[in-house]
Design a protein around this ligand. Structure first.
Ligand code: HEC
Ligand code: HEC
Ligand code: HEC
Ligand code: HEC
Ligand code: HEC
Length: 256
C-alpha cells in the first residue's frame, strides 16, 4: 500500500516536470493528446473506476474491448477531466473540464464532436427528424453503444441487430437493397487486391484507396432513405469502377 502511494507521487512529480510536460488537455482537443499511447500509464480514470464495483466499473471493461480504446480515445476524451490525477475532485473536477455524463437529448451532439459526418447524416435522416418526438430513440448509443463501441460493418443493417427491435424486414431492405451490390463489389475487390503479388507496385496504393472507399460506404446507411443513398452512392460507384479497371489492368500485365 505504502509502495503504491510512493509510486503515484513519483509519477506525479515526473509528470509535472519540464521533461515530461504534457500539453494542456481540453474537451475540444482530446484525441490528439491521447494518440501518444505511451502516456497510458496515467489513465487513472480507468484505474480508479475498475475498483469501484457496479454500476461504475463495467464501463471500463466495456471500453477496453472497444474501437475507441484501440484508437486512443480514452475516458477523458469523451468525459473531460484530468486522467493524470488520482484525486477524485481533481480528476473529475469541473475546473479540469470534467462534464457530467450526457443525458439522452445531448448524446448525438456529444458523439458528434468527433463524428461530424455521422452526426450530419443522422440529423438529415428520419431517425434524426423524429428524435425529439420519439423520446430520443434511436440514438447513436442505441445502435453503437456508449462504451462497447465496435467497428461498424454492413452486417449491422439486419433484423438481428438493433434495427429488428423497432422494424419489420421491409424497413431494413430499404437501406440494404441499394447497398448490397456495392458491398459485394467491394468484397470482390478486397479479395482481388489481397491476391496481387507483393511485387506489384500498385498493391499498397490500391489497398489504401479501397480502405477509403470502405469508409465512404459506411457513411451511407445513416441516410436510411433509398433515394438519398442511391444519389450519395454515385461518387463511390465511380471509384469502384476505377479500382476494378486498375485490378484488371494489372492482371493482364502480370499474366504475360
Ligand atoms: C479516485 C477515484 C476516481 C477517479 C480517479 C475518477 N473517478 Fe469518476 N467516479 C468516481 C466515483 C466514486 C464516482 C461516483 C460518485 C460521483 O458521481 O461522484 C464517479 C463517477 C463518474 C462518472 C459518472 C458521473 C455522472 O454524471 O453520472 C463519470 C462519467 C466519471 N466518473 C468519469 C471519470 C473520468 C473521465 C475520470 C478521469 C478523468 C474519472 N472519472 C476519474 C471515482 C473516480
Ligand atoms: C466514446 C465516448 C465515451 C468514452 C470513451 C467513455 N464514455 Fe462514459 N459515457 C459516454 C456516454 C455517451 C454516456 C451516457 C450514458 C449512455 O448514453 O449510455 C456515458 C456514461 C458514463 C457513466 C455514467 C453511467 C450511466 O449509465 O449514466 C460513467 C460512470 C462513465 N460513462 C464512465 C466512463 C469511464 C470510466 C470511461 C473510460 C473507461 C468512459 N466512461 C469512456 C461516453 C463515453
Ligand atoms: C473524442 C473524440 C470521439 C468521441 C467524443 C467519440 N468518438 Fe467515436 N471514434 C473516435 C475515433 C478517433 C475513432 C477511430 C476512427 C478511425 O479509426 O478512423 C472512432 C471510431 C468510432 C466508430 C467506429 C467507426 C468505424 O468506421 O468502424 C464508431 C461506431 C464510433 N466511433 C461511435 C461513437 C459514438 C456512438 C460516440 C458517442 C457515444 C463516439 N463515437 C464518440 C473518436 C471519438
Ligand atoms: C439506427 C442505428 C444507428 C444510429 C441511430 C446511428 N448509427 Fe452510426 N451507423 C449505423 C450503421 C448501420 C452504420 C454503417 C454500417 C456499414 O454499412 O458499414 C453506421 C456507421 C457509423 C460510423 C462509421 C461511418 C462514419 O461516418 O465514419 C460512425 C462513426 C457512426 N455510425 C457514428 C454514429 C453517431 C455519432 C451517431 C449519432 C449521431 C450514429 N452513428 C447513429 C447505425 C446507426
Ligand atoms: C428505437 C427504435 C428504432 C431503431 C432501433 C431503428 N429505427 Fe428506423 N425508425 C424508427 C422510427 C420511429 C422511424 C420513423 C417512423 C417510421 O417511419 O416508422 C424510423 C424510420 C426508419 C426508416 C424510414 C426512413 C424514411 O426516410 O422514411 C428506415 C428505412 C429505417 N428506420 C431503418 C432502420 C434501420 C436500417 C435500422 C437499424 C440500423 C433502424 N431503422 C433502427 C425507429 C427505429
Amino acid at each position: 500500500m505504502k509502495l503504491r502511494v510512493y509510486a503515484v507521487i513519483v509519477v506525479g512529480l515526473l509528470g509535472s516536470g519540464p521533461l515530461f510536460a504534457q500539453p494542456a488537455r481540453t474537451p475540444e482537443s482530446p484525441v490528439e493528446s491521447w494518440k501518444k499511447t505511451d502516456l497510458r500509464m496515467n489513465d487513472n480514470c480507468s484505474a480508479c473506476h475498475q475498483r469501484l464495483g457496479e454500476p461504475l466499473a463495467m464501463q471500463v471493461s466495456q471500453w477496453q474491448g472497444s474501437v475507441h480504446a484501440q484508437k486512443g480515445v480514452f475516458c477523458d476524451s469523451c468525459h473531460g477531466g484530468d486522467p493524470t490525477s488520482t484525486v477524485l475532485t481533481v480528476a473529475m473536477g469541473e475546473q479540469n473540464g470534467f462534464m457530467e455524463a450526457p443525458q439522452p437529448p445531448a448524446v448525438p451532439d456529444d458523439c458528434g464532436r468527433c463524428h461530424e459526418d455521422a452526426l450530419a447524416s443522422f440529423k438529415e435522416s428520419a431517425h434524426g427528424e423524429l428524435f425529439e418526438s420519439n423520446d430520443y430513440e434511436p440514438s447513436c448509443v442505441t445502435c453503437h453503444n456508449s462504451h462497447d463501441v465496435k467497428a461498424v460493418s454492413f452486417d449491422m443493417v439486419a433484423m438481428t441487430a438493433s434495427c429488428g427491435e423497432c422494424h419489420e424486414q421491409n424497413y431494413i431492405d430499404e437501406v440494404r437493397n441499394p447497398l448490397a451490390e456495392t458491398d459485394r463489389r467491394m468484397e470482390r475487390l478486397r479479395a482481388q487486391i489481397a491476391s496481387l503479388p507483393a511485387s506489384n507496385p500498385n498493391a499498397a496504393y490500391l489497398h489504401r484507396r479501397l480502405d477509403k472507399a470502405s469508409e465512404a460506404f459506411s457513411r451511407l446507411a445513416h441516410f436510411l432513405n433509398a433515394n438519398t443513398i442511391t444519389t450519395q452512392r454515385q461518387t463511390l460507384d465511380r471509384e469502384l469502377t476505377y479500382l476494378e479497371f486498375m485490378v484488371a489492368f494489372d492482371d493482364t500485365k502480370t499474366s504475360d
